[in-house]
Design a binder for this molecule. Structure first.
Ligand SMILES: N[C@@H](CCC(=O)N[C@@H](CS)C(=O)NCC(=O)O)C(=O)O
Length: 142
């Protein structure tokens, strides 16, 4: 066998689809440290489905602060939204923070925080929350 065909024979397994799939999987496992994305997804989806308003937030994020302020001042305080209908998930210290943000990217098209959900639908982030409220369109979504 010629040296050139020997080199090609050696390379074939590495270019096969299954090899690529396997390396993608190990890369993903490496990135997610073997975490089960399916379980994380189920938990987050259940949490989003469980309350009228759910905010995926980071405690230090100014956009999260302004989104939470809208709900606190304009809906919770005047009683337009009940405390038990409102859920804020502060993910900055969550061990699954990165996975949750990846999930948000898949589910909503953006991985940034906040991600604000009303009745299971993402209305956007902090800017959109403020805008919808100032346009008088947020109340109708609740
Ligand atoms: N326009 C967005 C901006 C949100 C944003 O930039 N959030 C930052 C945190 S303050 C973020 O999530 N950055 C990306 C990241 O942390 O992965 C909004 O109003 O929600």
């Amino acid at each position: 066998m010629s040296p050139v065909s020997l080199i090609f024979r050696r390379l074939i397994p590495y270019s096969s689809k299954s090899y690529l799939k396997q390396s993608q999987r190990s890369f993903w496992n490496f990135i997610s440290q073997g975490k089960n994305m399916g379980d994380i997804k189920k938990t987050i989806e259940a949490r989003i489905a469980g309350k009228k308003v759910v905010i995926i937030s980071k405690s230090y994020c100014p956009f999260c602060v302004k989104a939470k302020k809208v709900f606190q001042d304009e809906y919770l305080k005047p009683g337009l939204l009940k405390e038990d209908e409102y859920d804020v998930m502060e993910i900055d210290n969550d061990p699954n923070c990165e996975e949750i943000q990846q999930l948000m990217s898949q589910m909503t098209g953006a991985r940034s925080v906040p991600r604000v959900f009303i009745n299971g639908n993402c209305i956007g982030g902090g800017d959109e929350t403020v805008q919808l409220h100032s346009q008088g369109k947020l109340k109708a979504l609740l």
